[in-house]
Ligand binder design. Structure first.
Ligand code: FNR
Length: 184
């Protein structure tokens, strides 16, 4: 049966480099796998009162169902002020509640950070991993994916340099091995 990888992009920007990289990662999935981009920009900020009062926004419910339906999770994100963009952190929080009903647990994960800067979003990558430990999302440890200097790896038409795509393919292959080991 086809396995579905949910992809979460931490940038809402129309011309986002992270969206471009996420689309390439989606294309590189092997036969038997498909990508599902899951929208996070429409989620109201998490507020536990809404849960308690039975006023759960329909966007939260839809999002939780979508996450439940996927087998693995890719996070492709920029770094904002050395951490995870609020929109992505909010999505993690929405999926983690109500307490005891988190939709994240046990889904093999991949963390990719993309930045014009040299460190390649290292801070965001590790802050994200910190939350994923608590959410019980086992993440691929190696190779790490800090994609720095992204504007030098993409041409004006949005094509990604061949050696960068080869690096993405290598990460994908390792992720699939990791996924299959965890889910067999
Ligand atoms: C940034 N940017 C940034 N870059 C970085 O490497 N480390 C950082 O801490 C930050 N901080 C930061 C904060 C905020 C609020 C913004 C808007 C931007 C720059 C960021 O990497 C750059 O805008 C990327 O192009 C964003 O990714 P997308 O939108 O192209 O996918």
């Amino acid at each position: 049966m086809t396995k579905t990888i949910g992809i979460f992009v931490g940038s809402l920007r129309k011309d986002s480099y992270n969206k471009l990289v996420a689309k390439k990662f989606a294309e590189l999935l092997p036969e038997g796998y498909e990508a599902k981009f899951i929208e996070i920009g429409n989620l109201p900020f998490y507020n536990e009162d809404l849960e308690v009062e039975g006023k759960v926004p329909e966007e939260w419910t839809r999002f939780r169902e979508e996450v439940k339906s996927v087998d693995g999770v890719y996070f492709v994100s920029p770094e904002y002020n050395r951490s995870v963009p609020a929109v992505l952190k909010n999505a993690l929080d929405v999926g983690s509640r109500p307490m005891g009903s988190s939709v994240w647990g046990g889904k093999p994960g991949l963390v990719v950070t993309v930045s014009p800067g040299g460190p390649g979003g290292f801070g965001a990558n590790h802050h994200l991993r910190q939350s994923l430990v608590f959410l019980d999302v086992p993440t691929l440890q190696q190779p790490e994916a800090y994609i720095g200097g992204i504007m030098n790896l993409v041409d004006k038409d949005g094509n990604i340099a061949d050696n960068t795509v080869q690096f993405f393919q290598m990460i994908t292959d390792k992720y699939i091995q990791f996924f299959e080991k965890l889910t067999k």
